[in-house]
Design a binder for this molecule. Structure first.
Ligand code: ZN
Length: 463
């Protein structure tokens, strides 16, 4: 059973499952107004590993991550660049997916865009106004947080102490500084939608609660994001669900900060080093390995030194892949680890790695055990215990792939297009869409790959 730390109750507990064997996850996606930053990269990697590992352990995962394509920052950027908000969104959303593909992240099963969900947001806000949970001011509609009795649950502070610490704002029409905006009235020239409470656009907190409940349904399993989203964003999403009488996420997961020169990584602090920049200059797998070497709830430091160190460790893994001619599992989503012949030493290694990953995604000892196994496979091969060494090396390859880290036996880096074809082919095969799978095989062959099938998925290599 996979256990994770629940940020609301402060304990590591079994992952909840509304339906046995099925895990629903909502991960807050980006506001597309600038290049993705290192914190975005960590968020994607951490929850990609949770998703892949859950799949590997036999769960059917439904993973949703949104795109916020309407926001003050997008409007400001469009004004800045003398362009339209739709141009800003198109450019930065495409930068986003390019970076996510380079990171080797599996695409979400659903990618809701906020602007496609505005009618549902309007009707939620309308019900709040009718119930007196929300009120109108001259610039929009606000949610009255005092109407939710356990407001402050995610912040870990009762409403009174949150109020005492709140910054007094210029807007004196708000009943409390903690009240948050559900609907912003549009200024001339801004993108807007008609609504009973005036032309405007939705607030960010309303977008996520509507899209998560809309796609995953009441009482979905796991809501995740960075620690910086815990309060007020996640608190305010939950407050709206409570006010609407909708059971919300059963479990909350938050990952730690990315530090750059000891400072919290956030684009709003100005110490911005983009993920795009990092991925352009390094082996993208290095960031994943760096993330895996730390516990997901601890801060990590991303510097040229820590990335270079991860690249050296990767070289050891790729050397193993070459020595044992291991297939590249890039892009493969490995379903059910038991498809692999786990026996003897390999089974023992699997058990040790699984014990750690099942326990609040404790990746650092799991990665250390896999690196020890690399040493052991090499030693066994040196001593002539070829078949034992081979099965050990293959186990290392599969277990790293279960966390989305692909070993490369050749220097042919897998380009994003081929990785996508492999992922789609695996999806087609698991859906028993043989015609689709054959078509994707042909496309891979056209791109010069030799395609091999295995229980673990599609393997491709250069001839
Ligand atoms: Zn969100």
């Amino acid at each position: 059973m996979i256990r994770l730390y629940d940020s609301v109750h402060g304990v590591v507990r079994d992952l909840p499952m509304r339906e046995p064997g099925r895990l629903s996850i909502y991960s807050c996606g980006p506001t597309v107004y600038s290049l993705p930053h290192l914190g975005h990269g960590r968020q994607t990697l951490v929850w990609d590993v949770v998703r892949r590992w859950s799949t590997f352990r036999g769960l059917d995962v439904h993973f949703v991550s949104n795109i916020t394509d309407i926001d003050d920052k997008i409007i400001a950027r469009a004004l800045d660049q003398g362009t339209s908000t739709s141009d800003v969104v198109a450019r930065y959303e495409s930068e986003w997916w390019e970076a996510m593909t380079a990171l080797g992240a599996a695409m979400p099963d659903d990618i809701p865009h906020a602007t496609d969900w505005v009618p549902q947001m309007i009707s939620l806000i309308e019900s709040f106004v009718e119930d007196g949970v929300a009120y109108q001011t001259s610039d929009g509609v606000y949610f009255d947080v005092s109407r939710v009795t356990d407001y402050g649950l995610l912040a870990g502070q009762p409403l009174d102490s949150l109020r005492a610490g709140a910054r007094v704002e210029a807007n004196d029409e708000k009943r409390s500084p903690l009240d948050f905006v559900l609907w912003k009235n549009a200024k001339p020239g801004e993108p807007s939608w008609p609504a009973p409470f005036g032309e405007g656009r939705p607030g960010w907190h309303t977008e996520c609660v509507v899209m998560s409940l809309g796609l995953l349904g009441d009482g979905f399993d796991l809501h995740v994001g960075g620690l910086d989203l815990k309060f007020p964003h996640h608190e305010n999403e939950r407050a709206q669900a409570v006010a609407a009488n909708r059971p919300f996420a059963q479990h909350w997961g938050h990952h730690g900060w990315v530090m750059v020169d000891q400072m919290k990584m956030s684009s709003s602090l100005g110490n911005f080093t983009s993920l795009t920049d990092l991925l352009g200059r390094t082996d993208p797998r290095a960031y994943r390995l760096l993330v895996l070497r730390s516990h997901y709830r601890s801060p990590i430091e991303v510097t040229t030194e820590t990335i270079a160190d991860a690249e050296r460790a990767l070289a050891r893994l790729d050397t193993l892949a070459r020595r044992f001619e291991l297939p590249s599992l890039a892009g493969a989503t490995l379903e059910v680890g038991s498809n692999y012949r786990w026996e003897g030493e390999a089974l023992d290694l699997y058990d040790r790695v699984a014990t750690n990953l099942d326990d609040d995604l404790n990746t650092p000892p799991a990665v250390a055990q896999l690196f020890e196994a690399v040493g052991l496979a090499n030693t066994l091969a040196d001593r002539g215990a070829t078949s034992e060494a081979q099965s050990f090396a293959e186990a290392v390859n599969v277990l790293f792939a279960s966390m989305g880290l692909a070993l490369h036996a050749s220097d042919d880096a897998l380009d994003p297009l081929s990785a996508d074809l492999v992922a789609r082919r695996d999806a087609a095969r698991s859906a028993k869409d043989w015609v689709g799978a054959d078509k994707l095989r042909d496309e891979l062959v056209e791109h010069g790959w030799v395609v091999e099938d295995s229980a673990a998925g599609t393997f491709i290599r250069r001839p």
